[in-house]
Design a protein around this ligand. Structure first.
Ligand code: BDR
Ligand code: CA
Length: 318
């Protein structure tokens, strides 16, 4: 079977972990590397979290490389209580025994792209720093990237400021580099990820699968639900990052608009916000379109895909 080559750049993170499990359940994907970036938590913690995820899924054959510790210009601001002290609190997995293959995520991405016979798909579910450095340092490799599927941004509201979503807000200059690179990107911003939630009674099904991956994901849902449902009043637990994977697996689950997206880096109160062209026909011009922006998700279809991905790792009656 011809497999789709993928590089997955992330900062796990509860929803990064769920997104990774969905990706790891794809037999038609060839995940060439998981690269980590300082974002939700320190580079050390998010890298250990990535290693834990590969250990519980039995996929330690995939190399993990840690990357940039923090953004281009400012200090890293972590997400604190939302993902807990470790960046992925709430699970019962032991410390990882495997180690990262390298601390040069950008170098590993470049090597994979150089050596690949066909263009590679990039997934970004963390802060954009690693990918921005890659594009600046190795501009000739842009043609080796078929597209980038990103969780980040929004056009209606923010979560880290009234207007800005965390992944782009944390390093807006890096997000700007990625958005201007001339590589098509699919954007799963808060407008759609706030529709991608599972209610407590829905993700409870994971406990019936009796496999360690599903139990791990259920633990993550239990922890992350607290901030989503109790603190922020969402109807369920949001799974932002999983959208960037679900859309690659089955784009028919989403509705998109082809449009132009850019970052605001200068505004006193709008820095880190995303400006998405929503004016009707005629805007933007064809040559300005740089993104497919997801605007709607079939929530039930998304949930089924997520649950099926966890069931892939085993489902047994006890
Ligand atoms: C994004 O921020 C992080 O906290 C999540 O993992 C997700 O990637 C949502 O704004
Ligand atoms: Ca993330």
């Amino acid at each position: 079977m011809k497999k789709i080559p993928i590089i997955f750049d992330c900062d796990p993170g509860h929803d990064d972990a769920i997104a990774l499990v969905m990706a790891l359940a794809r037999e038609d994907w060839d995940i060439k590397a998981i690269t980590t970036v300082g974002g939700n938590n320190t580079i050390k913690n998010v890298t250990e979290n990535a290693l834990r995820i590969l250990e519980v899924t039995g996929r330690t054959d995939i190399p993990v490389a840690s990357g940039m510790e923090g953004p281009f210009l400012k200090e890293l601001v972590q997400t604190g209580k939302f993902h807990g002290k470790s960046g992925m609190d709430g699970h019962h997995l032991p410390d990882p025994v495997t180690k990262a293959a390298s601390d040069d995520a950008v170098g590993l991405m470049a090597k994979i792209l150089e050596e690949s016979d066909e263009p590679v798909t990039l997934i970004i579910t963390g802060v954009f720093t690693n990918v921005a450095v890659l594009l600046l340092a190795y501009p000739h490799l842009k043609s080796k990237i078929s597209k980038i599927s990103i969780m980040g941004g929004s056009y209606y509201r923010g979560n880290w400021s009234p207007i800005a979503e965390f992944n782009v807000w944390a390093d807006p200059e890096a997000a700007d580099v990625v958005m201007r690179a001339g590589i098509p990107f699919d954007m799963y911003g808060l407008d759609v990820t706030h529709q991608a939630y599972l209610k407590r009674e829905e993700y409870a099904e994971l406990r019936t699968y009796n496999n360690p991956v599903a139990d791990f994901i259920a633990d993550l849902f239990d922890f992350f639900s607290k901030s989503c449902i109790e603190d922020r009043g969402h109807p369920g637990c949001l799974v932002h990052d999983a959208c960037a994977v679900a859309g690659l697996i089955d784009p028919s689950l989403f509705r998109y608009i082809d449009t132009h997206v850019q970052m605001d880096m200068d505004g006193d109160i709008t820095r880190g916000g995303c400006v998405v062209e929503l004016r009707p026909k005629g805007w933007p011009r064809d040559d300005e379109v740089n993104s497919k922006v997801a605007v709607w998700v079939d929530r039930i279809g998304f949930m089924k895909l997520l649950l099926d991905s966890c069931a892939y790792f085993g489902k047994k009656e006890v």
